[in-house]
Design a binder for this molecule. Structure first.
Ligand SMILES: Nc1ncnc2c1ncn2[C@@H]1O[C@H](COP(=O)(O)OP(=O)(O)OP(=O)(O)O)[C@@H](O)[C@H]1O
Ligand SMILES: [Mg+2]
Length: 351
């Protein structure tokens, strides 16, 4: 249960196509995350699956049933929103059981289901409270509980944690991971948060302007981005990208810094290297030489922003503390195995 298939799904609003032909297979029990820039169509795609938005073209198939024209109630999916949308005058118990009450389920069954969901979500002590007497994280758990009791074929989450502060986000992220493991249910999840996407997803779908750029496991997208967009979208801080010219195995940056990178570089016009794959070294040992523009000390890590004349600004991640200071002239090194090269069409050049 919970297998979802999208076939050439399209959606236009007032003549403007915002979802431009999406083909996607979501397997039973998978946690699939949609990421992409604001306005790329993540929420619209989730709403198309839920039935809250009607498709202009294409098919949506859930567990073998074509549900394309069916209303949300007949799709047996539960959606959890960023705004918890709880009833303020109902208790936690009433909020969680409301859909079952409306469906006419016997009261004792509702009580049992709500109790079970409350135990899963550690909400037992709050069942008689009203939403206003709960923290943001507790409210979000009630919203998730309300989804759980319906025993949907799949859960749809639209940025469920983005109203929470940083510490609560981490806590709720772990709870969602546990919940997914416990329920084994299909989950489709929209987020802006890199860490949520990388840690929760079985599969990440990167969207841009209503189309899929790439689908893959988090580490696959991190290691093998198919193009420049995905390379810069996945990973935080984002990948450094500078102009270059690749001929044979030689890269030339800014007309003067040349490096043999011991891999095919033919046709490269852009070179990418992640901050965690660069290090500072003595000027004489650097592949590139630059000057430190800004230093950031986070305790666990330090970030050096190094300006290389005629080439660009590089972010370098240093684990722990760094003694380097602003104004230092430093060398930059990196292993050729971590270099990403892109052609004029911004497609990845295989190593
Ligand atoms: N009901 C609507 N009528 C007209 N345009 C809409 C409607 N809903 C969404 N859009 C447009 O469709 C595009 C995709 O919107 P959507 O909300 O799916 O983006 P998103 O990826 O979820 O963005 P965000 O990250 O900001 O939430 C946007 O350009 C938006 O303005
Ligand atoms: Mg959205």
């Amino acid at each position: 249960m919970g297998q979802i298939e999208l076939k050439d799904i399209r959606k236009s609003f007032g003549g403007v196509e915002v979802i431009k032909g999406i083909d996607l297979q979501i397997d039973e029990g998978e946690l699939v995350i949609f990421v992409g820039p604001s306005g790329c169509g993540k929420s619209t795609l989730l709403r198309l699956i839920s039935g809250l938005v009607e498709a202009s073209d294409g098919q949506i198939i859930i567990d073998g049933d074509d549900v394309t024209g069916k209303p949300p109630a007949e799709r047996e999916l539960s959606m959890v929103f960023q705004s918890y949308a709880l009833y303020p005058h109902k208790s936690v118990r009433e909020n969680m059981g409301f859909a079952l009450t409306v469906a006419g389920m016997p009261k004792s069954d509702i009580t049992a289901k709500v109790d079970e969901a409350a135990a899963t979500l550690k909400l037992e002590d709050y069942l008689d409270r009203k939403p206003k007497a709960l923290s943001g994280g507790q409210r979000q758990r009630v919203a998730i509980g309300r989804a759980i009791v319906r025993e949907p074929r799949a859960f749809l989450f639209d940025e469920p944690l983005s109203n929470l502060d940083a510490a609560l986000r981490v806590e709720m992220r772990l709870e969602i991971a546990r919940l997914h493991r416990k329920l084994g249910a299909t989950m489709v999840y929209v987020t802006h948060d890199q860490v949520e996407a990388m840690t929760l997803a079985d599969k990440i779908v990167v969207l841009q302007a209503g189309q899929i750029e790439q689908i893959g496991s988090p580490l696959d997208l991190y290691r093998n981005p198919g193009n420049l967009f995905v390379a810069q979208f996945i990973g935080s801080p984002k990948m450094n990208v500078v102009d270059c010219t690749g001929v044979g195995t030689t890269l030339t940056f800014g007309n003067r810094n040349t490096s043999d990178i011991a891999r095919n570089a033919d046709g490269a016009t852009k070179m990418g290297i992640r901050p965690e794959h660069m290090s500072l070294c003595a000027e004489k040992d650097g592949i590139l030489v630059g000057q430190i523009d800004v230093m950031e000390h986070l305790g666990s890590d330090s970030f050096a922003y190094v300006n290389v004349t005629d080439v660009g600004l590089f972010t370098v991640r240093i684990v722990g503390h760094s003694e380097a200071v602003v104004g230092d002239v430093v060398g930059l090194t990196f292993g050729s195995e971590n270099v990403h090269l892109f052609d004029a069409a911004e497609k990845t050049i295989p190593a």
